[in-house]
Write a protein that binds this ligand. Structure first.
Ligand SMILES: Cc1cc2nc3c(=O)[nH]c(=O)nc-3n(C[C@H](O)[C@H](O)[C@H](O)COP(=O)(O)OP(=O)(O)OC[C@H]3O[C@@H](n4cnc5c(N)ncnc54)[C@H](O)[C@@H]3O)c2cc1C
Ligand code: FES
Length: 356
């Protein structure tokens, strides 16, 4: 049987976690308490979470960050994003096939009274920016509400196992991203003027300056801040190419989430498009997790990321195709191969240079 969980890692400790049972299409499966539905499914090698209503194309995980909706499933009767919801004991999970039926109702449901709250400062996002801002305000005893839609603070830091560059004084150079997140959170928690809501998504900022927040995924609260600080972070740009929605095509953040945060192995082999720092580091993260990196394509004549990261990959035998781009991801229901081609000085693929 293939092992999809990462049980050994050169950097990350593997925590002991309680097992629970849930069901996927009626079949009982095990999961680890505190993991997302998506990671629980990946731990069993399940990558197709449903089919698109228009063209019936298979849908799976893409961003693992709550932004694309490609990972929708039906969990206990509700359509939910599998990458954001934690799996629960005895949860009944089913694929999202086309458009789900709306639940039948015989009367208009009553609206609960909406709680309203006034705060001097509201920070949306608990990544390094939001945490650093909240720490500075906490030091000055300013009342702050910080909200983040994830279960853990740190934003992209919690996906990074490598040591950061830069200044030791200003940006924790030499410290691994995961450890910077732990330090910033511990620092912040000393300040009583800062209230933290995790698992709480900011849904809207209204013209009357109120901000709608879904607290703990359950209670809708309207917050009126004097100052709103938006620190909701970075998103990956995506390339248009044939087959880019096939299950098995991930944004780098999703890949890092699966291997470094959730300790599941989404593939045996990886091909990377983009030789900036994120692409190069994702390759290094794959090798740490025991995943083979079969190549990296970069459209520029040189990789844009730090040489030290590129050298690590080259030393590990990863072929780097500079002046190349991806033409297609190929496969029946999941990625089985990719086709790349050399590009000219205007980044146009050169006919006759394709290889799969
Ligand atoms: C895949 C990837 C890898 C990266 N790797 C590195 C790296 O190794 N080193 C580096 O220096 N930089 C890296 N970056 C750049 C990186 O994003 C920044 O360095 C840093 O994380 C930015 O911090 P931030 O606090 O602005 O955003 P983030 O770290 O992205 O944090 C934003 C937080 O806001 C939350 N959020 C977003 N929308 C909402 C909402 N509506 N309601 C509530 N919460 C919300 C997010 O879930 C997240 O927790 C990477 C970026 C990406 C996309
Ligand atoms: S929202 Fe879950 S993969 Fe994008």
């Amino acid at each position: 049987m293939t092992e999809y969980r990462i049980r050994q890692h050169p950097i990350l400790p593997i925590p002991e976690r309680d097992e629970i049972e849930f069901s996927w299409q009626g079949q009982k499966l095990s999961a680890l308490k505190g993991e997302t539905i998506a990671s629980a499914l990946f731990a069993h090698g399940i990558h197709v979470f449903g089919h698109h209503p228009r063209d019936h194309s298979p849908q799976g995980l893409f961003c693992a960050n709550g932004q694309c909706s490609q990972c929708m499933v039906i969990a206990n009767g509700k359509p939910l994003k599998a990458c954001m919801e934690l799996v629960e004991a005895d949860m009944q999970v089913a694929p999202m096939e086309g458009l789900p039926d709306l639940p039948k109702i015989d009367r208009v449901p009553e609206m609960n009274k909406i709680r309203e709250l006034e705060v001097p400062v509201l920070i949306i996002g608990g990544g390094p920016s939001g945490l650093s801002a909240a720490i500075e305000l906490g030091k000055r005893d300013v009342k702050v509400l910080l909200v983040d839609d994830k279960h853990r603070l740190g934003g992209k830091l919690v996906l990074q196992t490598h040591r950061f560059f830069g200044s030791t004084n200003a940006v924790y150079a030499g410290t691994r991203g995961i450890d910077i997140a732990t330090r910033l959170e511990a620092d912040l928690r000393q300040y009583p003027s800062v209230e933290i809501w995790t698992q709480s998504t900011c849904l809207a900022v209204f013209s009357d300056q109120r901000v709608g927040i879904l607290k703990d995924g359950e209670e809708y609260v309207l917050v009126k801040p004097q100052v709103l600080l938006v620190a909701s972070g970075a998103r990956e740009k995506f390339l248009a190419f044939k087959g880019n929605t096939l299950p098995g095509v991930f944004g780098a953040g999703a890949f890092q989430t699966l291997v470094n945060r959730d300790l599941v192995r989404p593939a045996e082999k990886l091909f990377i498009v983009g030789g900036g720092n994120v692409g190069l580091i994702a390759g290094y993260h794959a090798l740490q997790a025991g995943i083979g990196v079969v190549g990296l394509a970069e459209a520029l004549p040189e990789c844009g990321g730090y040489k030290v990261h590129k050298d690590k990959l080259t030393r590990m035998g990863v072929p780097i195709y500079t002046s190349h781009t991806i033409l297609s991801a190929n496969g029946d229901g999941k990625v089985e191969s990719v086709t790349i081609a050399r590009v000219d000085a205007n980044f146009k693929p050169i006919p006759g240079t394709e290889q799969s």
